[in-house]
Write a protein that binds this ligand. Structure first.
Ligand SMILES: [Fe+2]
Length: 351
């Protein structure tokens, strides 16, 4: 991962460099600003902040980074200019909470807009969008229209399954939910079974698994929902349209506990110098107006149940999210990662 900060100019606001954001205590800051540290990419965030600024007049300054923002918050301590942290994955949000980098928010509107499953019970973080980790299945070669995660270990898939590295956060989060539901011993056996079914060594991202299904290297794969839409609509790399067209989504465990979901979300920084403005932005992001923008920006599912997903997402059928509280992901992810190493998952099927 690139640990170098990527700083961008956002609409109405300079996002560059610490001096612009630096003002611990808030007295030196102009009224009407809010400072964000974001792991989420600018193209997802900017349309939302533009709408927020137009509505409220509050400027949003953003520091974007692929990694290291929690560490930066910790190092800055009470002098941190950050008001909000935006990130993907419930595990990362929990890490920020556990590291003492966040503060609780008790807001009736936020609670009403975001179901309890998708927010921290103590109010330290709130989900904004969700995605499911589903099975990509070959339209041509897979006849069944239902599947379970457990079934991925069934020898009937031997040599037919593709997946990215077992250590990727998308996979360790899913494995963490298996530990929460079925226990560690079951999960280890299951993981060995999944490994034995691999067509080749885990590699690439989720889209490359669809590519390998399109080219006949495998029949099924695990991937996040939004990539299916990103492939189908990719004008810059039109070859991805064929990858997307080769697969159909199967929502695992739709007939029982539901499919694994994870979130992107936000947390109020512990020393937020512009707390009142940050709370306004949090409320806006959970509102129907912002949730609609979010749903279209990256083809994720809005967490606000009043807002439908994008049409292409809705066309895949209804998502039934596994109701397991997301803090379980943080709780078991380390163990999941250890199991991935223990079974030598990333070495592929023949080891
Ligand atoms: Fe992703």
């Amino acid at each position: 991962m690139d640990v170098k900060l990527r700083v961008r100019r956002t609409v109405h606001a300079l996002a560059c460099c610490l001096p612009v954001l630096a003002a611990g205590g808030g007295a030196a800051l102009a009224q009407g600003e809010v400072n964000i540290y974001s792991y989420r990419e600018p193209q997802l965030i900017d349309p939302l902040l533009k709408a927020f600024t137009e509505k409220t007049g509050i400027k949003a300054n953003v520091v974007y980074a692929a990694a290291g923002l929690n560490e930066r918050l910790a190092a800055e301590g009470q002098n941190s200019p950050a008001d909000l942290l935006f990130t993907v994955d419930a595990g990362r949000l929990s890490e920020a909470k556990d590291a003492g980098l966040t503060q609780p928010v008790d807001d009736a509107a936020l609670k009403a807009a975001i179901p309890a499953q998708f927010r921290d019970p103590d109010g330290h973080w709130f989900g904004l969008t969700m995605r499911s980790r589903v099975v990509y299945a070959s339209k041509e070669r897979v006849q069944q229209d239902a599947i379970t995660y457990e079934e991925l270990a069934d020898p009937k898939w031997k040599g037919k399954l593709c997946i990215r590295s077992g250590q990727h956060v998308y996979n360790t989060s899913l494995i963490a939910t298996m530990i929460a539901h079925k226990g560690e011993a079951y999960t280890e056996t299951w993981l060995r079974g999944v490994k034995n079914n691999l067509a080749h060594k885990p590699a690439g991202g989720d889209r490359e698994q669809a590519r390998d299904i399109a080219s006949g290297k495998c029949d099924i794969a695990l991937g996040n929902t939004y990539y299916m839409a990103l492939m189908a609509t990719n004008e810059k790399q039109p070859e991805q349209k064929a990858w997307g067209a080769a697969i159909k989504p199967l929502f695992p465990n739709a007939a029982d506990r539901g499919s694994h979901v994870n979130i992107s979300g936000m947390a109020l920084a512990r020393h937020a110098p512009n707390k009142a403005n940050a709370l306004k932005l949090m409320a806006f992001l959970a509102s129907e107006e912002a949730q609609k923008i979010y749903a279209l920006a990256n083809y994720e599912y809005p967490v606000n149940p009043a807002v439908p997903p994008a049409a292409i997402v809705a066309s895949w059928g209804k998502l039934k999210p596994d109701p397991l509280p997301l803090e379980n992901i943080a709780k078991y992810r380390k163990k999941a990662s250890e199991l991935v190493d223990k079974v030598n998952f990333d070495a592929g099927p023949s080891s």
